[in-house]
Design a protein around this ligand. Structure first.
Ligand SMILES: [Zn+2]
Length: 291
C-alpha cells in the first residue's frame, strides 16, 4: 500500500560552501538509513518509526498526471509519496540509483561537482519532470548530485520497478522520453549560461525559476546555498542579492526571499531563462506530449 514517509537515505552533503547543512545531513543520514532498512520489513515497522499510510489517488507531477487512470492506478503499487526537506541529498555523483523521483511540490537542483569541492547547478527539476533520467538511458549510476532546493513532496519509485515500466511501450515511456529531452535542453542552456553570463544574471534566473515553482509565496533559501547552486563566491552572490533588494525586486530577510517585482527581475535576467521557459511552454512539436 502506498505510504508517506519523511526521510530519505542520503549521504554526506558535498556542497563545500554549506558546512552547517552538511552537519545536518550527516545526522539525518543515520536516521534515514535506519528508516530505509526497517521499511523493507513492512508497514508494522514503518508505523513504529512514526510513518503514516495514505491512499494515493492522483499526482500533480505532469508525467504521472498524463497517464490514463488505469495505468496510474497500476503504478501506485510502486509509488511512495515522500516529504523532502530543503538541502536533502537524493543522489550522489557516480553512486547507484536506488529510486527515481517524480517531484510534486518540491524543486530539485542537479549539480555538477568538481574535484576541488566547487559545485554549480546544471538543471532544476520540478513537477513537470522526473529525477533519474540516466537510469532510463542505461546507466546504473547518477551522473550528478541532486539536492532539494525547495522542500515539498515527490513520488518515489524503486529503480528496478521504473525500468520495468519504462521498457513497456506506451504513454509512460513517451512521457519519460519527453522529460529527458527537456532536461537535456535545460542542462545545455545552463552550460552556456555558466560560461558566459554574470552572477547577477544567473541569480535572477534562479530566483525567477523558483518563483515560477512556488508562486507568490515567500521561499526559504540561504545565500550559502545560492552560492553553491551558482558556483560563485558567497560575497558575489550577497552583492547581487543586495542590489536586487535595493532595487525593490525582492524582499530578503535571513533565509527568506519574496519576489515583489518580477518585471524587475525579468529585466535583469539573461536570455537563458526565457529560452528554457519557451521550451517548457512550447506548443505542440513533433514528439510533444500534452501535459
Ligand atoms: Zn544565462
Amino acid at each position: 500500500m502506498p505510504r508517506s514517509i519523511r526521510v530519505e537515505p542520503a549521504k554526506t552533503l558535498r556542497l563545500s560552501t554549506i558546512s552547517d547543512a552538511a552537519k545536518r545531513m550527516r545526522d539525518q543520514y543515520f536516521v534515514a538509513e535506519r528508516a530505509h532498512q526497517l521499511s523493507k520489513y513492512g508497514e508494522r515497522q514503518s508505523h513504529a518509526l512514526g510513518m503514516t499510510s495514505q491512499p494515493l489517488h492522483a499526482s500533480s507531477n505532469a508525467i504521472l498526471a498524463a497517464l490514463p487512470a488505469d495505468q496510474f492506478s497500476r503504478l501506485t503499487r510502486h509509488l511512495v509519496r515522500v516529504n523532502l526537506a530543503r538541502e536533502q541529498v537524493l543522489y550522489e555523483t557516480a553512486r547507484p540509483f536506488r529510486h527515481v523521483y517524480f517531484p510534486e511540490t518540491c524543486l530539485v537542483s542537479v549539480l555538477a561537482d568538481m574535484e576541488n569541492g566547487t559545485t554549480v547547478q546544471v538543471a532544476q527539476i520540478g513537477r513537470s519532470g522526473m529525477l533519474g533520467i540516466y537510469l532510463a538511458l542505461g546507466s546504473q549510476n547518477a551522473a550528478h548530485q541532486a539536492i532539494i532546493c525547495i522542500s515539498g513532496t515527490a513520488l518515489r519509485m524503486p529503480a528496478e520497478m521504473f525500468l520495468q515500466e519504462f521498457r513497456q511501450p506506451g504513454v509512460f515511456h513517451k512521457a519519460v522520453l519527453h522529460s529527458i529531452r527537456r532536461q537535456i535542453f535545460t542542462i545545455s542552456q545552463h552550460v552556456a549560461c555558466n560560461r558566459i553570463h554574470n552572477v547577477s544574471q544567473r541569480l535572477a534566473w534562479l530566483l525567477l525559476s523558483i518563483h515560477d515553482h512556488t508562486g507568490p509565496a515567500e521561499f526559504s533559501i540561504t545565500q550559502e546555498f545560492m552560492s553553491g547552486l551558482l558556483g560563485s563566491a558567497r560575497p558575489e552572490v550577497a552583492k547581487a542579492a543586495h542590489e536586487f533588494r535595493t532595487a525593490g525586486y525582492i524582499r530578503y530577510t535571513r533565509a527568506n526571499v519574496t519576489v515583489v517585482n518580477r518585471v524587475g527581475l525579468e529585466a535583469a535576467v539573461c536570455e537563458c531563462y526565457g529560452a528554457v521557459r519557451k521550451e517548457f511552454d512550447s506548443p505542440r512539436k513533433p514528439g510533444y506530449i500534452p501535459f
